[in-house]
Design a protein around this ligand. Structure first.
Ligand SMILES: [Zn+2]
Ligand SMILES: [Zn+2]
Length: 278
């Protein structure tokens, strides 16, 4: 019985759990779905909802605001510029999320259905890194959008992605319910990976140096009681959770990134404030 339940979990046969939510982390029925969307309490993957501004949807919104014909505006989309904008977005996100840990997979959906529009999935090597990213990114702003971040059940993107889209043969187009993952050149991913690894190592080194400095200061203060105090602090030290440390250091790093970012990208609107915008 248990074996059978494990086999059918999240498949079409499973009448309780929604296979779409289980596999793709998004279902077109949303909260009205007749099957359960089992939201994980922890996951190595986070989902930032609707964060990428899809050029087709942007054209639709412009048409609504100006009373122009949306199809005409869609025809005017400059493919080359859209691609460059997307890669810039991808770089920004990779660099920001890479501060929390090694990224195994960063996927941006090209889908147009409301339940998947502009979704970004980021899978880290471990759950703690994903939790750090969620805590810090949730509620902050990017490009004028408030980030809504949640843990996602998706850990195997081979199951979630539409293979037909990868072969440019998906007949459902933007309204397919499997992930249409926007392609990114492998060379860009490799170079981003190297950059963020380097930055993380530098930050880690700085953090260690600060801790060494703190310990030196403590030793000076406790001169005379050295035996007693140092044995206590050495017992306490390993108990500090990794999450506490990376939380505070990534927050300060985010702030320095804010400044770099706002000064390096002319043409983009100024961030609302340093705290909120990445
Ligand atoms: Zn569902
Ligand atoms: Zn498809």
């Amino acid at each position: 019985m248990a074996q059978r339940l494990a086999r059918i979990h999240g498949t079409e046969e499973d009448k309780v759990n929604c296979p779409f939510y289980f596999k793709i982390g998004a279902c077109r029925h949303g909260d009205r779905c007749s099957r359960t969307h089992h939201r994980p309490a922890f996951s190595p993957t986070i989902l930032i909802k609707h964060i990428f501004r899809h050029p087709v949807r942007e054209a639709e919104l412009r048409a609504l605001a100006t009373g122009q014909d949306s199809k005409a505006l869609e025809m005017q989309i400059d493919d080359q510029k859209s691609k460059e904008d997307f890669l810039q977005f991808f770089e920004d996100m990779y660099e920001e999320l890479g501060k929390f840990g090694r990224i195994e997979c960063l996927c941006v959906c090209d889908n147009l259905g409301d339940h998947m529009l502009g979704h970004l999935y980021c899978k880290f090597e471990d759950e703690e890194e994903a939790a750090d990213a969620l805590n810090i990114m949730n509620g902050r702003f990017y490009d004028g959008k408030k980030m809504e971040v949640e843990f996602s059940p998706v850990t195997d993107f081979r199951e979630a992605r539409c293979r037909d889209f990868d072969e440019e043969t998906c007949a459902r187009g933007g309204f397919c319910n499997f992930m249409h993952i926007k392609p990114v050149p492998m060379s860009l991913i490799r170079s981003l990976e190297e950059d963020v690894d380097y930055e993380r190592r530098k930050e880690e080194e700085k953090r260690r140096e600060r801790e060494r400095e703190e310990r030196r200061k403590k030793r000076k203060h406790t001169h005379g009681h050295r035996e007693h105090r140092s044995s206590r602090s050495s017992r306490r030290e390993p108990k500090r959770s990794r999450r506490d440390r990376s939380y505070s250091s990534s927050r300060s790093r985010s702030r320095s990134r804010d400044r770099d970012h706002s000064s390096s990208r002319s043409g983009s609107p100024p961030p609302r404030n340093d705290e909120a915008e990445i």
